[in-house]
Design a protein around this ligand. Structure first.
Ligand SMILES: [Zn+2]
Length: 87
């Protein structure tokens, strides 16, 4: 209760190699949430960064960006899924 919710930021590596083009999108959107369905709800995770719960539908796309908290929801195995290499 007393401690604030932790941010899930990965530790920055001191000597990172140049970022390939495909990685830059993820640098701009550090919080990518992989989801299984094109319809997602976001409330900002609660706490100080929280916001009213909103629903997003990706329609023809395979990702959607939350306009409140800049979080990105990427459809699993879609072009924005960070778990899919070489896209
Ligand atoms: Zn949000």
């Amino acid at each position: 209760m007393a401690s604030p919710p932790g941010k899930n930021s990965p530790p920055a590596s001191p000597a990172a190699p140049p970022t390939p083009e495909s990685q830059r999108w993820f640098m701009d959107h550090p919080e990518v949430v992989v989801v299984a369905t094109p319809k997602v709800a976001c409330d900002g995770g609660g706490g100080a960064l929280g916001h009213p719960k909103v629903w997003y539908d990706m329609s023809e796309q395979d990702f959607v960006e939350c306009k409140y908290c800049d979080r990105v929801f990427a459809l699993k195995n879609g072009s924005h899924d960070p778990g899919v290499p070489g896209k």
